[in-house]
Design a protein around this ligand. Structure first.
Ligand SMILES: [Zn+2]
Ligand SMILES: [Zn+2]
Length: 259
């Protein structure tokens, strides 16, 4: 098993890189990938992103952590995609040779909809509009061409708020953009620890992605070493139920059988 979505103190997680790698080793994971947040400056009012000036330190720490362990350690990034920020994101991505890049949508029209401090924001009064904007932004992110994996699909459910009616068409358009761009999606188990009570994406979405042949990775979205690989046993069950028989190994892009 491989966990490609963890955050150390280089962005908004707790603890150093070595602690996460040590936990991956304890669990017997074959690969762990760090996915520190790279965020357009205008959207990072909370300062949760890894500043460009610290990217070289991040690269050194991740590469050093991989030197004397059986676990393969990958250098990744979670990019906060926002339409209009592509040039700035390009500059951030050009600072290092990342092994893979996760594209994530945490903002719709500048609204950080997944921030707990904004859970009661008036912009939540029309969840349908928010979800529509979210899926549209996911499609644009996929089409941008700089990502390998689309992160935590259907994140707006994080506080348990759902659209008033199924969003099948908008979801399908986003999945089709992902398929056309040749990207993977991830099964992100942090949803199980949220008010949504289910992984990202929902089982029905995961099943559609499987039918479309979209590759799958696993991510815990751990922000502390103790959460590395969290709920991966449940993730395997969910992936199988959705029709997946393989996951994508990001070190060499090989599909390996589900454990
Ligand atoms: Zn995220
Ligand atoms: Zn994350």
């Amino acid at each position: 098993m491989n966990d490609y979505h963890v955050h150390s103190a280089f962005s908004d997680g707790r603890g150093d890189v070595d602690g996460f790698v040590g936990r991956a080793h304890e669990l017997g994971l074959a690969e762990i990938g760090f996915a520190e947040h790279l965020v357009p400056r205008a959207l990072d009012s909370d300062g949760y992103g890894l500043p460009a000036s610290r990217i070289p330190d991040y690269v050194r720490a991740v590469r050093a952590a991989g030197e004397d362990t059986a676990v393969r350690v990958l250098l990744g990034a979670e990019i906060d995609y926002a339409p209009g920020a592509e040039a700035e994101l390009d500059r951030l991505l050009s600072q290092a040779r990342f092994d893979y890049v996760i594209g994530a949508v945490h903002f719709t029209d500048g609204f950080a909809f997944d921030l707990p401090s904004l859970a009661d924001d008036p912009r939540w009064e029309d969840p349908d509009a928010l979800y529509r904007s979210y899926w549209d932004t996911v499609a644009r992110a996929a089409s941008w061409g700089r990502f390998d994996v689309v992160g935590h699909l259907d994140l707006p459910k994080t506080f348990g708020r759902r659209p008033s009616a199924p969003m099948g068409a908008a979801e399908d358009a986003a999945l089709e953009a992902v398929r056309q761009a040749g990207l993977a999606i991830e099964l992100n188990t942090s949803g199980l620890r949220s008010s949504a009570g289910e992984a990202y994406p929902a089982p029905s979405l995961l099943a559609r992605a499987a039918r479309m042949g979209i590759p799958l990775t696993f991510g815990s979205d751990a922000h502390a070493a103790a959460d590395v690989g969290r709920d991966f046993g449940r993730a395997v069950v969910l992936a199988r139920a959705a029709g997946y028989t393989t996951t994508l190994r990001l070190s060499d892009r090989v599909a390996e059988a589900l454990a």
